[in-house]
Write a protein that binds this ligand. Sequence first.
Ligand SMILES: [Zn+2]
Length: 779
Amino acid sequence: MEMDELLACFLTERKSRQLLITEYEAWLNNIVQMSSKKLEHLITTNNFGYRQNIQNTINLELNNRISIANLEVDKLHTGKFLLCQVISKCVKLSPLFTLVEDPEGNVERIALYNWAEQSAIPVKSRKKVLTIFEASEFLPIGTKLVIKNPYYQIASSFNAIINPNGPSTFIDFDAIIRSDNPNDVIVINQNNELLNNIKWSNNLKQKIKEANKKSAVDDKILSADDFRQSGNKYFVSNDFAAAVDEYSSGIKLDPNNATLLANRAEAYLRLNQFDKALNDVEIVLKNEPDHLKAAFRKGKALCGLKRYQEAIVVLKDLDLKMQINTDNSITPVKQSTKTLLKHVEMLDSESRYGKYDYIKIIDEFCEKVKINQENDDWVCETGPRLDHADFLIGDIEVRPVKKKGRGWVAKRDIPEGTLLIASKAFEIVYGNEAPLSYRSIDFTSKTMITATHSELVARIARKLIAEPDLCQEVYKLYAGPEIENLGENSVDVRKIEKIIKYNFFETKDQWGIMNSTKENSRLTKDSGAGLWIMPSFFNHSCVDTNVEQLIIGDMIFLRTCQPVLSGKELVLSYCSPLGSYDERSNSLRLHGIKNCSCRLCNLERSESKKVKLRQTEILRTYENSLGPQVKSSLFSANFNSSLIKELTKSIDELKDLRKEHLDLEFQSFNIKVDLAAAYVRDGNLRRSLPVAIEVYKFVKTAQVPQFSSNAAYQVASRYARLDKMKEAKEWWDVALKELAEPIRGKFTKEETKWRKEAMYLAEKLSPKMVSGAKNKGLL
Ligand SMILES: [Zn+2]
C-alpha cells in the first residue's frame, strides 16, 4: 500500500470510541505481562514529530478549540488547542502515553514527549521502566488537559511499539495525537473558567493524589497551617516541587505568613529557583527584618543568582546581628552563616579576578567523581558538579567574524597562559545519568543523537520552564541557519535541540579518573555532554589554535596557549588534528561545521588524488597489519627487529608526501609512538631517544595537551635508563609542568615552590606516572 493510500485510509476510517478504549486496555494488559527488561529498549525518542511554525501565544478562547473529530492526519494544528480529559491509565516509555476524550466524547491516544521527562523522575527510579501505577501519577484519570498546537501523526500502533521488531506492515500504524513541546501541555484546574461553558458528555472526577490522601478530612476546610504541615512532609521526603505546591496553597490563604514564605523559599533553593526564593524572603524580611533564617536564605539566593557582593553584604550583616545574640538555639545558623560567607567570598574573588584555588578544585573533583561500584551512580549525589563561579576577562569580546558569524576577539595583546574564561555548565549530563537505551535520530542531518544529548535537551527544557528568564541566555546562542520567530521567554524543545547540536561540548576524562574509579562504567562509552554559554562563542580551527580548553567536572577553563595580538580571533579545536580528514569532518559535522577552513583542512583538500591515495594506503597498512604486528611483537619473547625498518619507511614516506608542509604532517603520530617503543624493546635506547623527543614536539605543535605530559615523561625515563640523570630530571620537570600548567597557568620564575604544587597535582591525576618516575630515581 502506498503512503497516500495509507493516509486516505486514516482520513476516511476512524476507529470507534469503544474500539479505541478496548484496544488501549488490551495494550495495558500486555504491558503488565511484560517484564520491565523487555521494555527497556523502548525508552527511545526521536524528533520526527517536530514541526515548524509552532505558535507560542494561543488564546485559550473557545473559538481556537479543536475537537478530536476535526484533527487532520499528518498535520500540525498551529494556533489551535485541544481540550481533553484523561480517561485511562498512563504508560511511560519515552513519551508518556495515555488515552484522552474531548467534551464531545471523541477518544484518541496521545503521546507527550519531553513532558514527564526522565529528569522529573527521582534518580533512583530513572533507570527502570516506571510501572503503570507510577506513570499514572503524572496524569491521573479525570485530569483535564489543554494541548496547544496538537499534531495528529501516523505512528507505530500500540502493539508495534512493544514488539521488539517494530512495525512491519501498514497495519502496524495508527493515528496518535503527539506533542513534543512541554510548554504546549497544560494541566488545567477543575475550576478554570475555560471549563465554565463546556459540557462533557462523560464527566469524570479527577482522582488526584492529594484528593485521595485527604479523603478522610474531605469536609474539613484546610488552614494555612495544614498546608504548612503537609508541605513539610513533602520537604523531608525530598519532593520539593510538591512542597512548593502545598506552601503556595497556604500562602494563598495567608499571604504574609513568614513561616510559609521562608519554607517555600528553602524549597525553591533546593530546586535551584533562586529568583523565586529571593522574592519570598524579601516579603518576609519586609515584615520581620530580624527573621534570621530568611536573611540566611536571602544570602543563599543571591549567591545562586551570582550576585556575590550583595550576598556578602547580607551575610555580614546577619553575622553581626547574631554576634550579640547569645541564644544557643541560633548556633547552627551562626555556623552556617560563617561557612556560607567564606564560600561566597571565594566565589566573589573567582568571578572578579579569576583567582581559583586549583589544588582545592582538583581535590573537590577527585572526591565528587567517585562512582558506586554496584549501580554506576555517583557516590556524591551531585556527581562532579563543582561549586565555583564564572569568570570573564575584560580583554576579550564577542564580535562579528568574517564567514563565521560571531567569535571571541582579543581587545588587546594577551600573553600565553592567560585565563580568559572560566565557566560552569549551564547544564550537563554524564553518561551514567542518561536513561538506558535512549536513542534518538536527527532526521535533518541523519545523525544519531546520543542518550546524553536527548537527556540534556530535556533537562534544559525543564530548567527554562521553571525559570523562563534564563531563555534569553540560552537563545542568544547559534541555533542554525533557519530564522525562527520565537517568544523570548518561551520554551521550545526543537530550538533547544538545535542549540545543543551546534554548541555542545563533550565532557572529557582527560586524566582517566572516571575510568579508574570504576571499570566498564557507562561513562566509558559516553562520558557525557554539556552546554556552556560563554565558551560556545569560540569558533573552531583544527590547527593554529590559540586557546586551550580544560574541563574539570562541570567547569571549563579556557586559556591562551600562545601570545595573542590585539584584534585577533581566539579559536580552539573541537577535535584532535591527529585524526584523519574524514574523522575530523565527521566530528565537526556534529557541531554543524561543514567545511573547515583551517590550514590543515585546506591543505588536505588541495592535495592531489595520487598523494591522498598513497597516504591512505600507508595508514591502512599500518592500522591493519604493521601496527598490530608491532604491538604483539613488543610483548613477545622474540622481538622482530625488521619491523623497525618498516615503521621508519612508513614515517619517511608520509613526511616526503607532505614535505612542503612538514609542520602539518600529523599523520605519522601513532607510527612514531610505536617506533620509539620498538627501539626500546630492541635494546636500542639511544635511537629511541630522538624519536621520543620528536613525539613530544609533535604533541606540542598539534596542541594536544592531554598527551604532552606523558610524552615528556617518556623522554625523561629514556634518559634515566641511559644514566643521564641531569637530562632526565630536566625532562621530568617538563612533564610536571605540562601536567600542571594547563590547569593552573604558567609557573612564574619567582615561584620556587612550583615543584611541590605540580607534584601534588601529578600524584592526584597521574599516580602511575609518579610511581614510574620514583622507580627511575627522577624524584
Ligand atoms: Zn580544519
